[in-house]
Design a protein around this ligand. Structure first.
Ligand code: CMP
Length: 137
């Protein structure tokens, strides 16, 4: 059954000119890119997007990273989109991705557990919230 998820190319992905390569990987994997928007998040919007991580030690660093340049948010659609996008991007830690998931997007353009190039919603609830965060209802 068709499903939608929120994908985001982070500032390191955009500044490293990985957008086109990532889009090719997305389309090759059978996704349809339904909507996209490039935006510069400020501290307040970034903190809202990542509110669930606000108690973590890396939160300040995460907000600095995600506001360091524009991000590209996309709504992706295909059957089982949430799980399939997370499979395509690979593990959070891009160093792990490079060894255990060499064909993943994070292996291609990520650096470590913070600068991991892309984001994907982790549940239907997150997908709904994150899609309306960027695109409204
Ligand atoms: P993302 O999938 O967007 O979800 C939360 C983000 O926090 C994650 O990708 C990373 O960018 C960042 N993150 C997660 N774990 C760590 C960590 N241990 N240290 C620094 N940043 C992290």
């Amino acid at each position: 059954e068709t499903e939608r998820t929120l994908a985001m190319i982070k500032p390191d992905g955009l500044s490293g000119n990985y957008t086109e390569k990532i889009k090719v990987a997305i389309l090759d994997y059978g996704f349809h890119i339904v909507k996209e928007t490039e935006v510069q998040l400020d501290d307040e919007r970034a903190s809202l997007f990542y509110a669930e991580h606000s108690g973590r030690s890396f939160f300040g660093s995460l907000i600095k990273y995600i506001t360091s340049g524009p991000v590209l948010a996309m709504v992706l659609e295909r059957p089982d989109a949430i799980a399939q996008w997370r499979a395509l991007i690979g593990p959070t830690d891009a160093r792990k991705a490079k060894t255990s998931h060499p064909n993943s997007i994070r292996a291609m353009c990520g650096l470590d557990s913070e600068k991991n190039c892309v984001h994907g919603s982790d549940s239907p609830e997150s997908a709904a919230r994150e899609i309306s965060f960027f695109f409204g209802d």
